[in-house]
Design a binder for this molecule. Structure first.
Ligand SMILES: [Zn+2]
Ligand SMILES: [Zn+2]
Length: 430
């Protein structure tokens, strides 16, 4: 039934709806390209860390207000929500841009290079838009201008979500931030569908990439403390050695991926990133502490990996006569693109990018807190090319590095595809 219905919806959307607005979107987006680039450079030169996006948020709020959009500030600390009511009734479509920068010192020689510094985790550091969130903010400000300019034609409401702290803030005792906190504050309650994009420094300008279903990994922090019994290093039989036990646990954890996870469905990762224990060559210490990260692509897989980490660590420690405490903190769930929405929007992406410019993304083991919005309502998260045409992705600096660089030639496509999502979805769902 659904298969039969879909073409009808598409036809009605095309005939009565909103795809006729595409040429107008193209015109408006092209006309404001220079302005969007200027905003991006301004934000790039003035980057702000998570939950400190005060200047950026003000710039966004002022701009939205100047367009006649209703604005709420201070959402989830520094977030901004804009509501643009169309001239006709219809669904509520949310568009999201994250605003925060990273504790990275910029090394790129640009006239708008960041020289901002901050104290982060007790260390002096440069601050840089080393993940491209400056481009997301500028593009969405542009989309707001494009869509506000055709407000009367819109069959529904557009909700602009300018989100703080996507990269996490990791402060003692703080358990909610960014997208999670925005959801907790109720921003998704009236939303029918949510769209977002991420610029990619290693994908050519003009391209759009996406995939249906799981797209980016869920991420959890792992802490294991192995308790033994302290002893002289020359008489290990008189104690319980937590270092040898930890070595067995680390090896054991890798069997979760090779022997428990169905890797034909989706990969998973368990990484131990640090291990601390002991003080001297001839003392077997009392305990060893390990920290690491877990990456999974869905709730079932996540539950399986957590269960096995617990079993392996506690049982190996017990078999040695010691004890392991396992503490797993869930950070971001997997980013999962709603299959039905993704299928519905496939033609829209193709129309925006053009034949030959749409790629199927590989699974990405990085994480994105866009996933919190998608857990509330159907959502689609795409990648937008930000590498200069003809560039070599293997030689192009990756995200979160001091040499991270974005070619500005893809901003118009970014504005076009997000605007198309809005009008096409409204046309199909009115
Ligand atoms: Zn990032
Ligand atoms: Zn990012």
């Amino acid at each position: 039934m659904k298969k039969l219905l879909l073409p009808l919806l598409l036809i009605s959307g095309t005939a009565f709806g909103q795809t006729k607005l595409r040429p107008e979107i193209d015109k408006k987006a092209t006309a404001i390209e220079d302005k969007v680039i200027e905003w991006r450079r301004d934000i790039h030169q003035n980057p702000e860390l998570g939950n400190n996006e005060i200047r950026t948020a003000k710039m966004v709020a002022d701009h939205l207000r100047s367009l006649g959009i209703d604005v709420q500030e201070g959402v989830a600390v520094t977030g901004v929500v804009g509501i643009l009511k169309g001239g006709k009734p219809g669904p509520v479509v949310a568009l999201r841009a994250d605003m925060d920068a990273l504790p990275v010192t910029e090394r790129v020689d640009l006239p708008f290079k960041s020289t901002v510094t901050a104290t982060y985790n007790g260390q002096e550091t440069g601050v840089m838009h080393a993940c491209g969130h400056d481009t997301h903010v500028a593009i969405l400000m542009g989309v707001a201008e494009v869509l506000a300019g055709m407000k009367n034609e819109l069959q529904g409401t557009v909700k602009f979500l300018f989100q703080p702290a996507e990269e996490g803030i990791y402060q003692e005792g703080v358990t909610s931030w960014g997208a999670k906190q925005m959801v907790e504050e109720g921003v998704m309650k009236d939303v029918d569908a949510v769209f977002g994009l991420h610029i990619g420094s290693q994908m050519e300008v003009g391209k759009i990439g996406y995939r249906s279903g799981p797209a980016l990994a869920g991420v959890d922090n792992l802490e294991i403390t192995v308790h033994g019994t302290q002893a002289h290093g020359a008489s290990p039989w008189s104690g319980v050695d937590p270092i040898v036990t930890s070595a067995q646990i680390i090896s054991g954890l890798q069997t979760i991926i090779s022997r428990n996870v169905n890797i034909t469905a989706a990969p998973a990762i368990v990484t131990v990133g640090a291990i601390h224990g002991g003080i001297r060559h001839n003392i077997i210490p009392e305990k060893v502490e390990m920290i690491g990260t877990i990456r999974t692509f869905g709730d079932d897989q996540q539950n399986l990996v957590h269960k096995r980490v617990n079993e392996i660590a506690t049982n190996i420690a017990e078999s040695a006569g010691g004890k392991a405490d396992v503490n797993i903190t869930k950070l971001y769930p997997a980013t999962v693109n709603d299959p039905e929405l993704t299928e519905l929007m496939g033609p829209t992406i193709l129309a925006a990018a053009g034949e030959g410019n749409v790629l199927t993304n590989p699974l990405i083991t990085g994480a994105e807190d866009f996933s919190f919005f998608q857990r509330e309502k159907p959502g689609l998260f795409i990648s937008l090319g930000g590498m200069k045409k003809g560039g070599d992705p293997t030689k192009t600096p990756s995200h979160h590095t001091p040499d991270f660089y974005i070619d500005e030639g893809g901003f118009v496509l970014g504005m076009r595809v997000l605007s198309y999502f809005v009008v096409d979805y409204m046309g199909m769902k009115k």
